[in-house]
Design a protein around this ligand. Structure first.
Ligand code: FA5
Length: 350
């Protein structure tokens, strides 16, 4: 019987030495230690032995069983470690000294033109103000001489909240707050109000190459003694020549906005088609960019400023359209597309 153990042992050792995978090892475990395994069979065969033989043979079989169990366990550990090592070796090498990935992202074209405009107006003594995107009906319309049921509201349908507030349709919605914020300095210290306030605007309208439902404007106001249309034209011209760094053809034509009198539309010659007409400018050769005008007396009054003593101008620059012209983007909807590849080509690294 002991010979039987010895030959099984050497067979086991040989098989174990040739194992390369865990599945193979499991097969060996079952073949020797399983319910119908060879070692289990040896134990079962002991019933025919004498008590004395049972004692020594049983001892040897149990020693072999313990030894086989331990060796299978150790082999399993070894194979698993080998497997992990192989996986690690097959992973791509992470080299800390490699140069950084250059596709790091960049500022959005609208952010770039907004910052450029802020820089230009700051250099001319304007404050840059921030204002909320959710405003009241008073801020967006009534304080701007647009009472309820005024037809001018039809042009600026927007998204309303249950509490009656709305997503602002125009940056003009901040005018009233700005006048109230700075009027004391104007009245008591004769410091003119000079502020620009960029912001996101929302309108429920059909979109096309030059209209989005979400777009950016930058409002600007200047209020003081004897402010007139020449001042307005000067600031508009300076801003455009600084942004484009070259002469740009513009035209000023009458425009109606209830909060200015007189009011103008400032159009820019389409830089996509050079004025010949294309889908970006609705085939007119011109793009409405910056409506403006002299602030209506009722609007100054609503802001706590006496229109008999002070005058001012206001403008509402279409920042999204300015980015479109500056970067030659044919369809401004691309600007909201979130397509990094499309945007990357227009912008600098951060
Ligand atoms: C206004 O929003 C007035 N608040 C501007 C203003 C301010 C006039 C102060 C007088 C004094 P308008 O709706 O035209 O005006 O919009 C102004 C500019 O915003 C447009 O010339 C255009 O450049 C841009 N704009 C308007 N609607 C959209 C739109 N749907 N998509 C992209 N840009 C738009």
């Amino acid at each position: 019987m002991n010979d039987k153990i010895a030959s099984l042992k050497s067979q086991f050792e040989e098989q174990l030495a040739n194992v390369l995978e865990t599945a193979q090892l499991e097969e060996i475990r079952v073949a020797y230690l399983g319910k119908k395994g060879s070692i289990t069979d040896l134990l079962k065969g002991m019933k025919d032995l004498s008590n004395e033989e049972k004692k020594t043979f049983g001892q040897h079989v149990n020693m072999f069983k313990a030894e086989a169990t331990e060796k299978i366990g150790a082999k399993m550990k070894e194979l698993k470690e080998l497997q992990i090592k192989k996986e690690i070796e097959s992973m791509p090498v992470f080299d800390v000294s490699m140069p950084a990935d250059t596709a790091r992202g960049s500022y959005h074209p609208i952010t770039l033109v907004q910052r450029e405009c802020e820089r230009i107006f700051k250099s001319m003594g304007f404050h840059v103000e921030d204002y909320s995107e959710i405003v009241t009906d008073y801020e967006c319309f009534e304080s701007l001489n647009i009472p309820k049921h005024h037809p001018a509201r039809d042009m600026q349908d927007t998204y309303y909240l249950d509490n009656g507030q709305l997503l602002k349709t125009q940056t003009s919605a901040a005018q009233n707050a700005i006048y109230k914020k700075y009027k004391d300095d104007l009245i008591n210290k004769n410091i003119p109000i000079k502020a620009v306030f960029p912001g996101r605007c929302f309108r429920n309208e059909a979109t096309d190459a030059c209209h989005e439902n979400t777009f950016f404007q930058m409002e600007g106001v200047m209020v003081g003694k004897d402010i007139n249309i020449s001042n307005l034209i000067f600031f508009m011209k300076t801003m455009l020549s600084e942004v484009f760094q070259r002469d740009i053809k513009v035209r000023l034509r009458p425009g109606f906005f209830p909060f200015v009198e007189p009011g103008f539309e400032l159009d820019i010659n389409c830089l996509i088609c050079g004025g010949e007409g294309c889908s970006s400018c609705k085939h007119s050769g011109w793009l409405e960019l910056c409506p403006c005008g002299m602030i209506h007396p009722e609007v100054l009054k609503a802001g706590g400023i006496d229109p008999e003593e002070y005058t001012g101008f206001a403008f509402g620059l279409g920042l999204t359209r300015l980015a479109m012209m500056k970067y030659g983007i044919k369809d401004l909807r691309d600007l909201n597309s979130g397509n990094l590849k499309a945007m990357d080509q227009f912008t600098d690294d951060m």
